[in-house]
Design a protein around this ligand. Structure first.
Ligand code: UDP
Length: 241
């Protein structure tokens, strides 16, 4: 496999073509943004830690039968992934009240939910990724009814697996964001895409409630990379430095 042109640069990752038209390389940067790019920073080694954590989580999900775009971790910063057409809807899964939902509904952060809530956000930077309802996704054709039903069901399965996985290492999975894509090589097949990492999850220590995620950056709490490394350490992942 040979890395070719840089195709797309996002806020935290870069996508490269390869000599195989169905495979891309996903590169994890140290750049961090929050509030849709309004707050910017660099967190040394974040990319390497996220690559490690995201690779392991994708492997765990694949092992329980969730189709994923992840193929393998190539090195410190890069993963080999299958080419997908990203469905322009971010799915947020919430187990505990926090973040934008706490603010929108005037609820205290930390209140457990009796069952998970799925929210949909339309991926559109110019609009600040607005919260949308299920009918928007269908009527505007961002996903078909069959795709959306599969995504919802798959999110709940992923949630069951991840809640248990994190609880075992003393972490409360509060909320997180997932993205899905249509496989270029297999029309009709939707797979989990993007990344799951401390950048895209809220992870709280089960005992102390300490935040081990991007809220440390968003809220200027300090110790950002240390918290990300702690997640990797509890997952049994060895970082070089
Ligand atoms: N999230 C994300 N990318 C986004 C928006 C949200 O990864 O563009 C994650 C975020 O890290 C959190 C969850 O989705 O774990 C819910 O985020 P929320 O809606 O509370 O927004 P926030 O207050 O984090 O901006």
């Amino acid at each position: 496999m040979e890395k070719r042109d840089r195709l797309y640069e996002g806020k935290a990752k870069v996508i490269f073509a390869t000599d195989d038209p169905n495979l891309y390389v996903q590169y994890f940067k140290d750049d961090a943004t929050a509030f849709n790019g309004v707050k910017k920073g660099t967190i040394t080694d974040k990319g390497a830690v996220n690559n490690l954590v995201a690779s392991r989580l994708m492997t765990i999900l694949e092992a329980v039968g969730i189709p994923v775009h992840f193929v393998k971790r190539l090195n410190d910063r890069e993963q080999l992934i299958r080419k997908v057409e990203i469905i322009p809807v971010e799915v947020v899964i919430r187990n505990v009240v926090a973040g934008s939902m706490a603010k929108r509904l005037g609820l205290p952060e930390g209140q457990p939910l009796p069952r998970p809530i799925l929210e949909f956000y339309y991926k559109a930077d110019a609009l600040d990724d607005p919260l949308v309802i299920r009918d928007h996704v269908l009527v505007f054709g961002w996903a078909t009814e069959a795709e959306l039903a599969w995504i919802e069901q798959t999110c709940l399965r992923i949630n069951d697996v991840l809640i248990g996985f994190f609880a075992n290492i003393g972490i409360r999975l509060v909320d997180y964001k997932l993205e899905f894509g249509r496989l270029a090589s297999q029309p009709g097949q939707v797979v989990l895409a993007d990344e799951i990492s401390p950048d895209t999850c809220r992870l709280w220590d089960l005992v102390t409630g300490e935040k081990l995620d991007k809220d440390r950056f968003r809220r200027d709490l300090g110790g950002v990379v240390e918290a990300y490394r702690e997640v990797a350490r509890r997952m049994g992942l060895a970082l070089d430095s």
